[in-house]
Design a protein around this ligand. Structure first.
Ligand SMILES: CC(C)(COP(=O)(O)OP(=O)(O)OC[C@H]1O[C@@H](n2cnc3c(N)ncnc32)[C@H](O)[C@@H]1OP(=O)(O)O)[C@@H](O)C(=O)NCCC(=O)NCCS
Length: 126
């Protein structure tokens, strides 16, 4: 929660009330840890066969080391294990390549969420 606060609220200016949407208790939280330090986090919410992926944040000094990519892979494995068939997410447009490289495809047009440009993306699991 501290990492999410630092990244989304402090760094990106997302209001706390939007970052904390009341759904954390229902979610599966995946974290990246190295030498006892938390480097990254994300959240999965399973709704039927669809997993909603969100709250992906990596500590600023540890970016571009493949940590988000590894969290996406872990989220996919977790979704399969839970019987999910599809992942959906709202990508910040600047980070779209991250998801494209992981096999996500855009759906629909660009919209604003929490004051930031996003695009919906999805990946079917076969
Ligand atoms: C977006 C974020 C999660 C990426 O984490 P990361 O661990 O650095 O990502 P990876 O190292 O796995 O990056 C994989 C690929 O994604 C793309 N990518 C990652 N960060 C990017 C950036 N800032 N700008 C453009 N492309 C980016 C690149 O193609 C990258 O491959 P490369 O490093 O070989 O060029 C991280 O920058 C972050 O926490 N940002 C602030 C919060 C945020 O925006 N969350 C995502 C909401 S959709």
């Amino acid at each position: 929660m501290k990492l999410r606060h630092d990244v989304f609220c402090v760094e990106q200016g997302v209001p706390e009330r939007e970052e904390l949407d009341g759904r954390d208790d229902e979610g599966i939280h995946l974290v990246a840890v190295e030498n006892g330090h938390l480097l990254g986090t994300c959240r999965l919410l399973l709704v039927g066969k669809t997993a909603q992926f969100s709250r992906l944040a990596v500590r600023a000094p540890d970016r571009r080391r493949g940590i988000a990519t590894a969290l996406l892979e872990a989220a996919e494995a977790e979704t399969r294990w839970a019987g999910g068939r599809r992942l959906v997410l709202h990508a910040q447009t600047y980070a779209r390549a991250l998801y494209e490289k992981a096999g996500y495809r855009p759906r629909g047009s660009v919209f604003r969420e929490a004051g930031i440009e996003h695009i919906a993306m999805e990946k079917e699991l076969h």
